[in-house]
Design a protein around this ligand. Structure first.
Ligand code: HGY
Ligand code: MN
Ligand code: MN
Length: 436
């Protein structure tokens, strides 16, 4: 890529990140652009316009994904797909997902501008609502495209009691048509997502690129502790059945679960709610929200039994009962070997050093893996931080990521086919995330 083009790409990407960052909820910290929120809705018109400017034919599909198409010489050939998301967590940063959408648009623009028409269509997608949301479900748009959003999912309610189906209707989308996504029903050659690492490894190793080997699975739970409400002043410590004590004990059990993982595993308590509103009553009903992740499916599959038993035993010690609602956000998914190899060869060709790396974060690529051979390319995150205002990646690194993405897509374009998709791991992949 000639230096003059790299400079133009650099400036377009820097401007794009800056402009997209202006769409945020000013009443929340950091960069907050949550799915179905006003800032998010407003930002998507900007994203669609950016795709059009780059020379893409743009439409909003029935699942709420923005899809830009760059026609190939043979439109009947299995299409290439790339993209990511532009929604954020509450109090998030400016690069998570954004890098993959703006990077994909830039790759398409470069192909169009230089008249380098691919053999096959290239689809650039801004997936709806990748971040886990108030309904406790991530990857809404890619999940729908992969026909993995269920009627039960649509009945999920947020903290106000609003159903997910209603949120879709409110956003102008028909909950009954979410999986009617023609672009995802056609044969697809491969899906490749550019993303920030959201961890410290590439920066520590001084590497500009990571090629993802596997994406973590996630088990989520809500634990409901029920004790007995009593006067906080007259009830002796030994006579209490304090639901908050049982929840506090459970927080330590969750930490022990994550620390005890044999490979890469993490476990997090993310929220505790107490039903009692008075400051002078022993809490009788406490709900605790948490999640467990690992790229080792065998270990992860045991967490419900292990953690459930441990928390129940500890709660019994306080005379408190506990019930669990478990849900799998997604299973562990391995990147297609063929796409990993092609991305590695493309980076080698460009003289860009890289390393294979598992992803402790989940991505739209998890669901796209059931539609096409999947791959992901990571660029470094400063200090490994993400899901916070400090999240930062340099534009220089983003340009390198776009070069690697573009070269990977061009290689995939000329391949007859890429190896079979969704390789379900037989034995647990022993993958060592470089722990800090
Ligand atoms: O939760 C995740 O790993 C992703 O950022 N949605
Ligand atoms: Mn993301
Ligand atoms: Mn995220």
């Amino acid at each position: 890529m000639p230096q003059s083009v790299q400079t133009e790409t650099h400036d377009r990407l820097a401007t794009g990140v800056a402009e997209l960052s202006t769409f945020r909820d000013d009443d929340r910290p950091g960069w907050t652009r949550e799915v179905f929120s006003e800032p998010y809705r407003a930002s998507r018109s900007w994203t669609a316009a950016r795709m059009r400017e780059a020379g893409l034919e743009v439409h909003l599909d029935q699942a709420g994904n923005i899809v830009g198409r760059l026609a190939g010489r043979e439109s009947s050939a299995p299409a290439l797909v790339t993209g990511s998301h532009t929604d954020t967590v509450d109090g998030g940063g400016r690069f998570d997902g954004v890098v993959g959408v703006l990077g994909a648009i830039e790759a398409a623009r470069l192909l169009a501008a230089e008249g380098r028409q691919l053999q096959r269509d290239l689809l650039v997608v801004d997936f709806l609502g990748e971040e886990s949301n108030a309904f406790g479900l991530s990857c809404l748009g890619s999940r729908s495209a992969a026909q993995e959003l269920t009627p039960a999912d649509l009945e999920r309610r947020d903290h106000r009691g609003v159903r997910l189906a209603h949120a879709y209707t409110d956003a102008g989308l028909d909950p009954a048509k979410l999986s009617e996504v023609p672009w995802a029903r056609r044969p697809l050659q491969a899906f490749v997502e550019l993303h920030i690492e959201q961890g410290p490894t590439l920066e520590k190793r001084g590497l500009p690129l990571g090629i993802v080997t596997a994406i973590t699975g996630i088990e989520r739970f809500i634990a409901s502790f029920s004790g007995s409400a009593d006067h906080a002043g007259t009830t002796s410590m030994e006579d209490r059945r304090d639901a908050m004590i049982a929840a506090a004990d459970a927080v330590l059990a969750v930490r022990a679960e994550g620390c005890g993982a044999p490979v890469h595993g993490v476990a997090t308590t993310t929220r505790i709610d107490s039903a009692s509103r008075s400051p002078n009553v022993v809490p009788s009903l406490v709900r605790m929200y948490g999640e467990v992740r690992s790229v080792d499916p065998a270990w992860l599959s045991g967490t419900r039994g292990r953690l459930g038993a441990e928390i129940t035993a500890r709660a019994a010690g306080s005379g408190v009962d506990v019930g669990f609602e478990w849900s799998s956000d997604n299973a562990v998914v391995e990147a297609a070997r063929g796409v990993q190899d092609i991305a590695g060869a493309a980076a080698d060709d460009l003289g860009l050093p890289w390393m294979p790396i598992p992803s402790g974060a989940t991505h739209d690529a998890v669901h796209m893996a059931s539609l096409a051979p999947m791959g992901m390319i990571f660029i470094p995150s400063k200090d490994g931080r993400s899901h916070c205002p400090e999240e930062w990646s340099s534009t220089e690194d983003l340009v390198v990521g776009v070069r690697a993405l573009l070269a990977t897509l061009q290689r995939l374009d000329t391949r007859e086919s890429t190896d079979n998709h969704r390789s379900t791991p037989q034995s647990p992949p022993v993958r060592h995330l470089e722990l800090p």
